[in-house]
Design a protein around this ligand. Structure first.
Ligand code: IPM
Ligand code: MG
Length: 332
């Protein structure tokens, strides 16, 4: 089956890392039809719109979207492109695997999955901005909590049902989180899955101290945002972490990192997070073996010292991407 894939490079390092992810997609999806969609701050500066209704229509015409990063200025009149897309395509599940590629010095490795609710919580977009008082409404619904809990439970069943599903929440202070916790617990019970509810602040420390205790963690939108950056510490930094934003109809793959304007244009950005996001797309298309091959090949390059400078290597962004395509081709 040939796939239609939308490619959004975006701002900052997006136009450097996405071509490397695309090399891998083109390698495996030989008859795919790729089309580019321009979105982000640079587009906003040129046209006054960072993501128009026409852009959303184009994205909806794709079987999957690979996305780099966009710069989101803290300007009250600028609407985050990412949030707009997640909302309009109803990409309710943000899956963020936290998996180390090489064993760290002491031989330990990390493998867990953060399942972040992606459409509500503090990212509801319902805000009143004033000069003396500003508010953001935190929305938790039973329907929203149930569907993300179901996604998390299906991942527990796929991965390791002996681990409890950990629910990251803050129900001692935010009573809206009691609805989230209870709905996750009810859903898990129906699947025969044990749960453990942990306060998110304590969880942020404990995942760093005891990462191997965790397998699947489900949490609300903003807590998932913060927890995934915290977990970057376990895996060599944000340059390593991919994500998939999945809904009923659409799928959108992006690195967890942002547009990193401070290093943009230097050819040193680590493309691994974007490439692993492409591997998640392959897995979404049912190409699990190919996705594993990409992961193994990244791992073997890094263990041979071939990496971008953030991991201690000397390779440029595009050298790493080309070496990876060679490595993948040799292993096939
Ligand atoms: C992420 C990012 C985004 C988020 C921003 C850029 C809107 O931090 O994907 O983690 O907060 O979700
Ligand atoms: Mg983030």
């Amino acid at each position: 089956m040939s796939h239609r894939i939308a490619v959004v490079e975006g701002d900052g390092i997006g136009p450097e890392v996405i071509p490397e992810a695309r090399k891998i997609l083109e390698h495996f999806l030989t008859d795919a039809d790729f089309f580019e969609v321009e979105l982000g701050l640079a587009k906003w500066e040129k046209t006054g719109s960072a993501c128009s209704p026409g852009d959303i229509r184009e994205l909806k015409g794709a079987d999957a979207i690979i996305f780099g990063a966009v710069t989101t200025p803290p300007d009250p009149d600028y609407r985050s492109v990412l949030l707009q897309i997640r909302h309009e395509l109803d990409l309710y599940a943000n899956l963020r695997p936290i998996r180390s590629l090489q064993s760290s010095g002491d031989g330990s490795s990390v493998d867990m999955m953060i399942v972040r609710e992606n459409t509500e919580g503090l990212y509801s977009g319902i805000e009143e901005i004033g000069t003396e008082r500003s508010t953001t409404l935190r929305v938790v619904t039973r329907t929203g909590s149930r569907r993300i809990a179901e996604k998390a439970c299906s991942l527990v069943l796929e991965r390791d049902r002996n681990h409890p599903l950990v629910i990251g929440y803050k129900g001692n202070v935010l009573k809206s989180d009691l609805l989230f916790r209870d709905t996750c617990q009810e859903t898990a019970e129906a699947y025969g899955i044990k749960t453990q509810a942990v306060f998110i602040d304590a969880l942020c420390l404990d995942v760093l101290q005891h990462p191997n205790k965790y397998d699947v963690i489900v949490t609300t939108n903003m807590f998932g945002d913060i927890l995934s950056d915290v977990c970057g510490y376990l895996t060599g930094g944000l340059g390593m972490l991919p994500s998939a934003n999945i809904g009923e109809k659409y799928a959108f793959f992006e690195p967890v990192h942002g547009s990193a304007p401070d290093i943009a244009g230097k050819g040193i950005a680590n493309p691994v997070a974007a490439i692993r996001s492409a591997a998640m797309m392959l897995e979404y298309f049912g190409m699990k073996d190919e996705a594993c091959l990409v992961e193994e090949s990244i791992s073997s390059l890094i263990s041979r010292g071939i990496s971008t400078p953030d991991l201690g290597g000397m390779a440029s962004t595009s050298e790493f991407g080309s070496r990876l395509v060679d490595a993948v081709s040799k292993k096939e």
